[in-house]
Write a protein that binds this ligand. Structure first.
Ligand code: NAP
Length: 349
């Protein structure tokens, strides 16, 4: 099946020229301005050898705002991310207005075609051969991201996975997506994720992995490496709980050996030390945090001895072993559609 081109998108070149004509050229990012910087750390997608920068950007809660609210900071996040060498952006139609905001700002900055969009399908309405729900979701995502093709489409949290993965394979053949994968973020679902890596002919798997929650090392990461499946990592900061545990402390001096001067760089570099990881997806609503996180995309990567030392250090910090009992996003406040409906749900129960 041929996909109808988006009539308003045009080519990247047209957009850039058009943007320049409108006086928007200054908004185009001065990427890699500092030539003296260490090179960006990349990892390759095993099935194609395509290189991707190893730190991307998540959008859950952070890119979701109630319509009409201030959202300019999100342009700043995307711009800092891009200028620092980032490309992979993970979103979902299930993240409130996040997909719309990412699509808007990526287009306004003129970088939409350069980004690697990882998007998702959460489709519960299928029965037998009725694929209308999933197709509609794909079409809406293409429109919101202003793209003719989505780089990676993932089955969101294994929802309706038996039905959705065959569609993803069909869409890949049709050229509507370039890669396919499945995601989850909770340890008990790593067993079914592993089964899908084994039998699903997946290009990507997305899994939770952090210096606190290392369960993915047992099965998912070795299996993905063996089967040639790329790995995206979610919840690298344990939904901000890692920052709460280290509040008021500085990273250890030895972290300078791997170029980590902040806690976020410490946590990201630790994950990068696992060779099966293709790209980590930290999410932020703060442009300064985006810059800080993306600095981990350059410089040394910890070896196994250093990773053990980093973990041992964390184990000396009070509260580290109790992160799982802490509420998500301590001290953070997101006023988006998702946060609002979560609050309404809590009030009712
Ligand atoms: N089922 C799924 O497919 C699934 C499930 C979970 C997650 N994901 C994906 O993975 C992404 C990442 O996971 P996540 O968003 O759950 O959690 P996360 O990335 O572990 O944590 C995000 C939190 O960390 C904070 N943060 C980021 N950088 C910081 C810095 N430098 N200093 C201080 N705080 C910082 C953010 O606050 P600020 O806004 O203040 O920076 C935000 O509250 C998601 O956005 C989503 O794209 C997918």
């Amino acid at each position: 099946m041929h996909h109808r081109p988006n009539p308003i998108r045009g080519s990247r070149r047209d957009f850039v020229l058009g943007a320049a004509g409108l006086g928007l050229a200054a908004a185009l990012p001065p990427r890699f301005a500092a030539a003296q910087q260490a090179p960006v750390i990349t990892r390759t997608v095993p099935k194609t050898s395509e290189a991707l920068p190893a730190i991307g950007l998540g959008t859950f809660l952070t890119f979701d705002v109630v319509p009409g609210q201030r959202r300019e900071h999100l342009r700043g996040v995307l711009q800092r991310f891009w200028e620092a060498g980032g490309r992979v952006v993970d979103t979902s139609p299930l993240y409130g207005t996040a997909e719309i905001n990412v699509g808007d700002y990526a287009t306004a900055l003129g970088i939409s075609e350069e980004l690697f969009f990882a998007n998702k399908i959460w489709s519960t309405g299928e029965y037998l051969a009725d694929e209308s729900h999933a197709r509609r979701s794909l079409d809406l995502s293409l429109g919101r991201l202003w793209r003719d093709r989505i780089d990676l489409m993932q089955c969101h949290s294994l929802v309706n996975v038996d039905v959705v993965v065959p569609y993803l394979h069909a869409w890949k053949k049709e050229g509507r997506i370039r890669y396919l994968g499945v995601t989850h973020f909770e340890n008990p679902y790593q067993a079914p994720l592993a089964q899908w890596i084994e039998r699903g002919n997946l290009d990507f798997v997305q899994v939770n992995y952090s210096i606190f929650n290392r369960a993915a090392e047992e099965r998912i990461l070795p299996l993905a490496a063996e089967r040639g499946t790329a790995v995206l990592v979610n919840m690298p900061f344990e939904k901000a709980r890692l920052f709460k545990v280290v509040e008021g402390r500085s990273p250890p001096d030895f972290a300078r050996e791997i170029g980590a001067t902040t806690w976020s760089q410490f946590f990201l570099k630790w994950i990068l030390g696992h060779p099966a990881v293709t790209c980590i997806l930290p999410s932020t609503s703060n442009p300064a945090h985006a810059g800080e996180n993306m600095a981990a995309l350059r410089g040394p990567i910890p070896d196994q001895a250093m990773r053990t030392r980093m973990l041992r250090h964390m184990e000396t910090i009070q509260g580290f072993d109790r992160i799982a009992q802490m509420p998500w996003y301590p001290d953070k406040r997101y006023v988006g559609i998702i946060a609002r409906s979560q609050a309404e749900l809590r009030a009712r129960t």
